[in-house]
Design a protein around this ligand. Structure first.
Ligand SMILES: [Zn+2]
Ligand SMILES: [Zn+2]
Length: 90
């Protein structure tokens, strides 16, 4: 019988991209919503994202936050919002 099924093919497991860069083999627990790479718990940053709500009549809705899971590097990149130099004020 040829039931030699490689254990690696039991399922596709995404690995943390950053860990693979440093020679580690860490399973990803999430996917960065920014770049789409796998992120392990160590490199994961979870934040809140404001959900744009429609302004209109009616009771004020409580601001809802969406979960924002990103790779730590992407998180820092998004946090440091670069203020684009617009036209000279004044
Ligand atoms: Zn990692
Ligand atoms: Zn990313």
């Amino acid at each position: 019988m040829n039931d030699t099924v490689p254990s690696e093919e039991r399922g596709i497991v995404m690995k943390c991209y950053d860990c693979t860069q440093i020679g580690r083999d860490e399973d990803a627990v999430a996917v960065c919503r920014h770049c789409g790479s796998g992120v392990c718990a160590q490199h994961l940053r979870v934040g809140d994202e404001d959900v744009r709500r429609i302004a209109g009549m009616g009771p004020s809705y409580e601001p809802r936050k969406a979960r924002h899971m990103t790779y730590v590097q992407c998180y820092e990149a998004e946090s440091s919002v670069s203020t684009a130099p617009l036209a000279s004020v004044g």
